[in-house]
Design a protein around this ligand. Sequence first.
Ligand SMILES: [Mg+2]
Length: 280
Amino acid sequence: MRGTALPALSGHPIEFDSYVFDLDGTIYLGEALLPGAERLVEGLRDRGKRVVFCSNNPTKRPEDYAEKLTRLGLSTDPSDVYTSLTATVSWISRMMPEATVFPIGEEPLVMALAEAGIAMSDDPERVDLVVTSYDRGFEYRKLQIAFDALWFHKRARLVTTNPDRFCPFPGGRGEPDAACITAAVTAGTGVECEAVFGKPSKDLLDIISAETGLDPATSVMVGDRLATDILFAHNTGMCSALVLTGEADLDQLSAAPEEQRPTWVLERIDDLLDYDRVSA
Ligand SMILES: [Mg+2]
């Protein structure tokens, strides 16, 4: 499969202007950069390309990611990092600016809502919007508040920061992610999510484009997940490269629907620089 170009090719993968990289499973795994990540990012920057990092993980702020990337050897400014929290806060500010929110999430979500001036409460009689998220402090009390707001008082709406089932860890392990929390709330209330932020939602790329000037037609999305990263590229009109260092494997790829099929497949991320050699 390595080097097998799928249909709708638009030239060599380093001929584009901008590169959007997923983080977990793509740039690093746990506390280590994946092989070739430093060479690739430095190679792209040396060629004057725009490099942006984009994670669905809502448990860290852009500042945290920039610090981690810099510590691992990829000097990064927080303004080059976007997370699902960016899109979540933007949507609430535009669509429900007066809403009182009950976040089921970690401190970065609460801080992002507070910084945007969004009201929060754990009183189900006052909650207009329940926001589920990746929450390692999830507990029955939170589930009860969401249940009361959504099912008993029938006044709240339900959205989630990101659609991911788990966050990949080294050694094939992982941590349950936001989809597990959303499923628990939906199972009890029968209320489905109205909006799912982060990749593959186009909202996140609209924000990145507005802030950086990135044009999807001259951009490549690089990631390890078909249903988020590669579908995100499809939904936004970007070409895409799937790297086989995280969740997706060739079995998943061969079973994927058309909209989750990448433009290029890479065994390691810096194959992007040498795609002609790889495909020879
Ligand atoms: Mg990933």
